[in-house]
Design a binder for this molecule. Structure first.
Ligand code: PLP
Length: 448
């Protein structure tokens, strides 16, 4: 039987370990063939995560998958490279002096650790003042990623969620202030929200917290969720203050695997100063060859993505990152103006600092909705442009969102804009998808 015929005839194991194995090439081909059933990452405009790296970076990744990141004693140079990355990121975020931080699997782990640190620091403050420590609360807007709600549930903290409203999709000082009391472990503000790509009013929130502290109120730290914005704002909006230039900003997370331009999974948590990390959260272990400090939720993990992050820092430098961010922004702007020119859409919060993406919604009732457009785009050319409703109390607003990444070229901008217009023209004639079709699409297509 030819290799191709064998490939077509194989039934891959789905429930139990097979008695015999296959040869390596056939195994790879079979798995690769199955992956054709997945969506094409280059047309995935739903994801914030990096889908392309240049060949030398890919080689570095492939050559270092066998290096366990946590074995600091065995791989001290890898550990040194982690420290370099932390210093580089802290400098990018304008840390005033000696700082500390860690590499994580992504922003979710970084946020869990950062928020745990807020909780422990608050506990220290309360205990020092002989105050109760049983009712911690954390304040954030409805515009945060689900990981913040997860943290609150997993680690028993009351979430105090500032609701959004129709037309207001980020939060500011006036929104936050009424929620603060002495049990507030911190405020989390987002730079580059998942929903529309904008930033909370970090400077305003900081100023309010400074005033509160200086007038005898609680000293409430601010954590910035820069999962996406952490690597965008320093290059596209260097004048905007959102980072350690602001007094109450004590910790920041960023996803290396989003606009840090590395494949998944690498993330970062950086503290303003060494003292901002609660020492009780750092564990010492000595079973890997030397005494070592660990501050992570994971233990063993690969080194490749950390090395790939360092590769990008060395390879691109400030000018390279700036060039990539401006390229993405230019193509996002082009896509935005073409989408607007169709006449069907409003852009969300046009003109405000934003991630390189386009968030848009229909400007009136055309007899079809954003979910119909997402379905048509997917059927038309495999575009994954998600449609979703915004969080409470803006849940009546449905938006479409297209991320514009490094590989999303001007030609693709033209093609997508044309497809969006054509989808609308067709939907004007046919009306929205049938309810059953829509149900099926929602069930089978994660982009919708
Ligand atoms: C604002 C924000 N915070 C946190 C996360 C979670 O990040 P990660 O996927 O790196 O765990 C995301 C993911 O999209 C995000 O957009």
């Amino acid at each position: 039987m030819s290799a191709v015929a064998k490939l077509a005839a194989e039934h891959l194991p789905t429930h139990r370990l097979p008695d015999e194995g296959l040869d390596p090439e056939l195994t790879r081909q079979l798995i690769t063939a199955e992956l054709y059933l997945d969506s094409e990452p280059m047309r995935n405009l739903a994801t914030f995560v990096t889908t392309w790296m240049e060949p030398d970076a890919q080689r570095l990744i492939a050559e270092n998958n066998h290096r366990n990141f946590i074995d600091h004693a065995e791989y001290p140079q890898t550990a040194e490279i982690e420290q370099r990355c932390i210093r580089i990121i802290a400098d990018l975020f304008n840390a005033p002096g000696k700082t500390t931080g860690c590499r994580t699997q992504g922003s979710s782990e970084a946020i869990m650790l950062g928020a745990l640190n807020l909780k422990w620091k608050w506990k220290e403050r309360q205990e020092a003042a002989s105050k109760p420590t049983d009712k911690p609360n954390l304040i954030f807007g409805g515009d945060v990623h689900v990981v913040w709600d997860k943290f609150c549930r997993y680690f028993d903290v009351e979430p105090r969620i500032v609701p959004l409203s129709d037309g207001k999709y980020t939060i500011d000082a006036d929104d936050v202030k009424p929620f603060i009391d002495e049990n507030t472990i911190g405020v989390a503000a987002v730079v580059g929200t998942t929903f529309t790509g904008h930033a909370d009013d970090v400077e305003g929130i900081n100023d309010m917290l400074v005033e509160l502290k200086n007038s005898g109120g609680p000293d409430v730290p601010l954590h910035i969720d820069g999962a996406s914005g952490g690597f965008v704002w320093p290059f596209l909006y260097p004048q905007e203050k959102w980072d350690f230039r602001l007094e109450q900003v004590r910790s920041i997370n960023a996803s290396g695997h989003k606009f840090g331009l590395v494949f998944p999974g690498v993330g970062w948590l950086v503290f303003r100063e060494e003292d901002d990390l609660c020492k009780d959260l750092v564990f010492m272990e000595n079973y890997l060859g030397k005494e070592d400090a660990t501050f992570t939720l994971n233990f063993s993990t690969g080194s490749s993505m950390l090395l790939a992050q360092y590769y990008q820092f060395v390879r691109l430098g400030r000018s390279g990152y700036s060039g990539v961010m401006h390229l993405m922004q230019a193509n996002a702007n082009e896509l935005a103006s073409r989408i607007k020119a169709t006449g069907y859409f409003d852009l969300i919060d046009e003109g405000n600092p934003q991630l390189p993406l386009v968030a848009f919604k229909l400007n009136k009732d055309y007899g079809f909705d954003e979910f119909d457009i997402a379905g048509s785009l997917s059927a038309r050319r495999g575009w994954m442009v998600p449609a979703y409703t915004l969080p409470p109390n803006a849940e009546d607003v449905t938006v479409l969102r297209a991320l514009v990444k490094e590989t999303f070229t001007y030609t693709m901008v033209e093609a997508l804009a044309a497809d969006i217009e054509e989808a609308c023209t067709t939907l004007m004639e046919t009306g929205g998808l049938h309810e059953l079709q829509r149900k099926h699409l929602v069930k089978t297509n994660p982009a919708i």
